[in-house]
Design a protein around this ligand. Structure first.
Ligand code: FUC
Length: 807
């Protein structure tokens, strides 16, 4: 069913940078001007102040990255609303987000709150339904209709990922107008600032609940909606305040819209929350309406000047985004002059001609999306945070057989460790539900394809999909517990944070208990194997010892052993797990094909070029097989990877790029990047990248889905071309393609607790700087040069291109 949907294979935007963006900051969010029929009392809830025309430009003294240095995606036409998923520009504070359309006469914001979900609590939903496991939902829409602003000239909009702001500017009737939109983490609101140079805004503002409840006019300045999600019983509340600098805002009670008249500038503030708290003990919901909290969010924000809101937002965002700088070389002026669609098309037409600034920007866009969709709440789902409907593909859920794991390939590598926390909170929060479901249902008759033949069951695992109320959907996926643990472990490897390790330890231990109960003895080899299982998502069911599972269980047992030792916990259980690990069947290379076998039964021939690289998990992102392993095994890995092919899509390409990078093959890795960046208009059967740089997933009915995994996995794979690491080794520039001959990167993170800066010139390393982030010793490798190095605690160490220490 879920796969029937899918194809099994499966305007203009401009330069990156160089276009001066106007940054209007006039006005005061709290400068509520009472309208003729103003509702007494409401405006007084928000402190008033005078607008500040002196602050029309913050360019000179601002902490904002100036327009000529900022990473900008520029467009010369607005998004078509029906294609907003492909053309709209995303903002988000990790929880509350929107996609902005940017039409001069109709700003359309498609709003999301990452915890808004349908579904039931704690169910095992093999049928995979919206009522069972549930689905991510759309929060609603906000429209600013400005009929007099149709036919604008000098139109431009941009996504500025250096400052995390969406901007629009245009002229009508000889006046220029500017718009800025951002979602603030410190202030918990979306802010929309409309300003003008001598013009006025006349029109209406409306708010539409995605779940269909009636919008309420709270006052001349405020609209709201609130409701209860059917089935889940989740409470949600959205509150919007309009603050004109001058002119009037009036409530049209009949339509529940706000009418603007003669406003030279205005600020709109939107807050939304649900009563989701992610805690099993509370059945995931507090039962307390978030209305008071969202009113407080709006009120607090409205008490600040617009410039203050903007700067608080930018300061917060820059503290994360600014940690990594990436330069892969210069693009040509001709490339810079192209619109983004033209540029994406050109990139694909000449696959070997690099567009290094576009490629670096693609990495930074992944970091932008990470910060914008994974902070302080649930982890990024299949669409991150940005869904436009109540029926998103695959419920925009948490898919456990690659997608959610790939969503977290980037955060730690790219210097955003705090953005991994939502995943940790999610897993630890859901764990009691998953343990119960495993205990009570894993061995159900309905799970005949996966249940434990020995009748035992313990610990936890989940299905291919996980929801947010402890429910899981579609087929069970036994290895998912081990893969979730690998994602948790990864963060420890980068940070060496023992308090964190103590937090995830019970999750790992419980997963080990699941596997202790499940593993059975292979009658032929006498070794321990995964019971009946399915290699994602192809070949026959009910196979013993699939490679995907054997590798992940090996990984889990290895990491659990280290964790138990570091924390001094459960020595005897750790001994048992070590003994089980030593008896694990390890995947073989087929004497027939020379490929690493996906199944123990070598006679099974799967889909040769299948999108999933599940049997290669021990190569990447696992660490069992490396270039130093038995050459026959490594050759088997390479043969399988080669057979899987080079023509794929999205996440499947990202995974291939990372795997080839581990063969230190920059040319092959690089050859797939233009495929990731192939331009798709949406609903055109093309896998690649939409105008808004979101990953395009072509569905079989000639429609397109936005799926975010490749937006994280693609950048992570590119970073693996620049640096690979294990706990005791950092390999620099392992797969540098000739196209990125000269460049630098700062703030890359490496396992073993380091931040790494690299410079290279004409294809050769020039310098390395290691900064300790908990780590003090590692082995540095560049090509054939290998050197054991020490870094002072909290200090740095520098090396030249031959890894010789520099003072
Ligand atoms: C996995 C993949 C599909 C799709 C879905 C969301 O099941 O096999 O291609 O990405 O997740």
């Amino acid at each position: 069913m879920m796969k029937i949907l899918v194809n099994q294979k499966r305007r203009k935007l401009l330069k990156l940078g160089g276009v001066a963006a106007i940054i209007p900051v006039a006005g005061h969010a709290g400068a509520a001007t009472s309208s003729p029929s103003g509702t007494a009392g409401e405006s007084s809830a928000f402190p008033s102040a005078t607008s500040d025309p002196a602050s029309l430009s913050v360019q000179s003294d601002s902490l904002l990255v100036p327009a000529d240095q900022a990473l900008l995606f520029n467009y010369d036409s607005p998004a078509v609303e029906s294609s907003i998923q492909f053309q709209g520009l995303p903002v988000g504070n990790g929880r509350l987000g929107a996609m902005a359309g940017g039409a001069s006469d109709r700003e359309a914001l498609y709003l999301n709150e990452i915890t808004l979900w349908s579904g039931s609590k704690n169910v095992v939903d093999l049928a995979y339904t919206t009522t069972g496991m549930g689905s991510y939902l759309s929060l609603g829409k906000l429209y600013v209709d400005l009929p007099g602003h149709a036919g604008a000239t000098n139109y431009q909009r941009s996504l500025d990922i250096s400052n995390s702001i969406v901007r629009t500017q245009y002229s009508v009737g000889g006046r220029s107008y500017t718009r800025e939109i951002f979602s603030s983490f410190p202030d918990n609101v979306i802010v929309i600032r409309l300003a003008s140079h001598g013009g006025t805004y006349n029109g209406t503002i409306s708010l539409v609940d995605g779940q269909g409840t009636q919008t309420v006019g709270e006052s001349n300045q405020a609209l709201s909606f609130a409701g209860t999600v059917g089935g889940s019983g989740e409470l949600y509340s959205t509150y919007m305040l309009v603050v004109p600098d001058a002119g009037s805002a009036t409530l049209n009670a009949a339509t529940a819209q706000i009418t603007l008249q003669g406003c030279p500038a205005l600020t709109i503030i939107v807050a939304a929350r649900t009563d989701y708290n992610g805690r099993y003990v509370d059945n995931y919901l507090t039962g307390i309406s978030p209305r008071e909290t969202v009113i407080a969010d709006v009120k607090n924000a409205a008490g600040r000047r617009y410039r203050d809101l903007l700067e608080r937002h930018v300061r917060d965002y820059r503290a994360l985004f600014g940690r990594m700088d990436l330069n892969l070389g210069k693009s040509t002026d001709a490339q810079r002059a192209l619109t983004i669609p033209e540029r994406l098309v050109a990139r694909q037409a000449s696959p070997t001609v690099a567009d290094p600034e576009l490629e670096a920007m693609y990495v930074q866009f992944g970091r932008y999306l990470t910060i914008s969709s994974s902070r302080g709440s649930l982890p990024a789902n299949l669409q991150g945070l940005w869904s436009t409907t109540n029926n998103p593909p695959w419920m925009a859920d948490y898919h456990t057989d690659i997608n959610i794991e790939m969503n977290y390939w980037l955060a730690d590598r790219a210097g955003l460790p705090e953005c991994q926390q939502p995943f940790v909170d999610y897993v630890t929060g859901q764990l009691p539900s998953w343990q119960q479901s495993t205990l009570n249902h894993f061995n159900d008759a309905a799970n005949a394809n996966y249940s434990n033949s020995n009748g035992k069951v313990a610990g936890w695992t989940v299905a291919v999909s996980t929801g947010i109320y402890g429910s899981i959907g579609w087929d069970w996926s036994p290895p998912a517990s081990a893969w979730y643990c690998r994602t948790l472990w990864n963060h420890y490897q980068y940070t060496l944070d023992k308090a964190y390790l103590a937090r995830i330890y019970p999750v790992m231990k419980s997963a080990c208990e699941f596997w202790q109960a499940r593993l059975i003895r292979d009658p032929v080899s006498g070794l321990l194997v995964d019971d009946k299982d399915w290699s994602p998502e192809q070949g026959p069911h009910q196979q013993l010892g699939i490679t995907f599972a054997q590798e992940l269980v090996w990984d889990l047992f290895t990491n659990y052993g280290i964790a138990s030792g570091l924390l001094g916990k459960d020595a005897s259980f750790a001994q048992t797990i070590a003994s089980l690990k030593s008896q694990l069947y390890l995947p073989k290379v087929s004497p027939t094909t020379g490929q690493l076998q996906e199944w123990m039964d070598d006679s099974i021939v799967g889909e040769v070029g299948h999108r999933h690289l599940s049997p290669l998990i021990g190569w990447f992102e696992g660490e069992r097989i490396t270039l130093d392993s038995d050459p026959k095994l490594v050759a088997g890995v390479k043969a399988l990877l080669t057979a899987r092919g080079f023509n794929s899509f999205g996440w499947a390409l990202a995974w291939r790029i990372a795997c080839w990078a581990h063969f230190h093959d920059g040319a092959t890795s690089y050859s797939m990047i233009p495929k990731l960046l192939r331009y798709s208009e949406g609903n055109d059967g093309i896998d690649g990248t939409f105008a808004n740089m979101f990953d395009a997933y072509a569905l079989s009915n000639n429609s397109s889905a936005f799926q975010i995994d490749a937006n994280f996995g693609g950048p992570a794979a590119i970073l693996e071309m620049l640096l690979q690491s294990r706990m005791d080794r950092i390999t620099v520039l392992p797969a540098l393609p000739s196209q990125w001959g000269t460049g630098h990167v700062t703030g890359l993170r490496a396992k073993g607790g380091f931040s790494v800066d690299l410079k290279w010139s004409r294809g050769a390393l020039s310098s390395v700087k290691l900064t300790s982030v908990g780590g003090t010793r590692t082995t540095l490798q560049y090509g054939s040069v290998v050197r054991a190095v020490a870094v002072p605690e909290n200090g740095t160490a520098r090396f030249d291109g031959n890894l010789r220490p520099l003072s």
